[in-house]
Design a protein. Structure first.
Length: 102
């Protein structure tokens, strides 16, 4: 099921947006014109990822608390077997849409 998250203008203004949907907190960010959406909790100790270190060259996000690192495109951890769930995104009529399972 696709849902309308917020305007593309808001994402570009704030650079990272956190949104709650169906008891899930999602982190949405844009990098080089690609929009990524992923769970906002690190699977290590459930710390928020929204202030994590973004590496635009490697397309990764590193949790600031314990330095677990995840690929933006598929959520796979780079140094461990943990994974962060990612979600398909699209832009329609100036809005960011995210696909989640019901």
């Amino acid at each position: 099921m696709w849902f309308k998250a917020f305007s593309l203008a808001r994402l570009r203004r704030e650079q990272r947006c956190v949104i709650e949907h169906a008891d899930q907190e999602l982190l949405v960010l844009e990098l080089d014109g690609v929009i990524y959406a992923l769970d906002n909790l690190c699977p290590h100790q459930a710390m928020s990822l929204d202030h994590g270190l973004l590496d635009p060259e490697d397309l990764t996000l590193t949790c600031l608390h314990h330095h677990w690192c995840f690929r933006l495109n598929d959520g796979q951890g780079t140094n461990n077997r943990a994974r962060v769930r990612t979600y398909p995104t699209k832009v329609e009529a100036g809005a960011v849409w995210i696909e989640v399972e019901e």
